[in-house]
Design a protein. Sequence first.
Length: 319
Amino acid sequence: MNSLTTIAILGWPIFGLLLFASQKDPKRGAILSILVGFLFLPSSVGIDLAGLPALDRDNIVALTLIGALLFGGRVKMPLAIGGGFYMLAIFVYAVSPLFTAMTNSDPIIAGPRTIPGMQLYDGLSMSAGETFRLFPLFIGYWLITSVRDQRMMLTMIVIAGLCYSLILLIEVRLSPQFHKTIYGFHPSGFSSSSRGSGFRPRGFLVNGLVAAFFTLTVVIATLAIWRDDRTRLNEGLNKLAIVKPRWFGLAATYMTSILVISRSLGALLFGAFAVCAIVLFKPRTQLLVAVMITTLATTYPILRSLDLVLHEQLVSAAA
């Protein structure tokens, strides 16, 4: 890690506010700030603060954006999200680390080494960290309030992905070196970037798997816009979109090729499933599939504890 890493993290509030202010629409400025911070700030590093979560990429981007929205965003920011059930779920999620600390207070003795048990201080610190993780949820709830906002967000994700693909293409050929060159260290083991006779690109993200899933997100966003434009065109709702579906279709094809050369089987499997769902299924069927995936994700810990999931085999295959 070099001095540029510290400068990038501590200097982000100024740069992030400039990005936010560069757009007339505060929602567009907020999305731009999130994308640039996520894609280019250093990964796997943070500035430790006593009693608080580390000031890393995710936290500094969220805090800067919340400050911008509070003092100049002209965006309604209600503290309550949805009904009482949702607020209860958020509260339980935020305070659950306290119960983890309370039930793990016994020290662990391993030979000559003693690991002290968790204390209330640890629980409060972890609870603050989980609260920070909720900031993007609140930001999305405040910003994405209409179909127009959804369209704008997806379009900006597509543009960001197309620009970022140039970095990924270079790293496929020359190996993942951008993060090391700029910030002085690899955010994760370099050996994980080697796949067969080539490399998994990662850009400034933590590893190749995260980069592959970001690419998958871009593919999904592109196909969603393409499907929406085609539907509107066929129904005569948007006669000006004669060329748009074609261009978004080409962009989806290009980003799919980037996903393929990213050499991540897990992202490829998700991508194949997502392409089929977006292209072939009707909206109601897509919603049903989303509910099924959510149910599987929420029940996975129980299934794994009962040894009903081949966890090790799935992880090794997806990685």
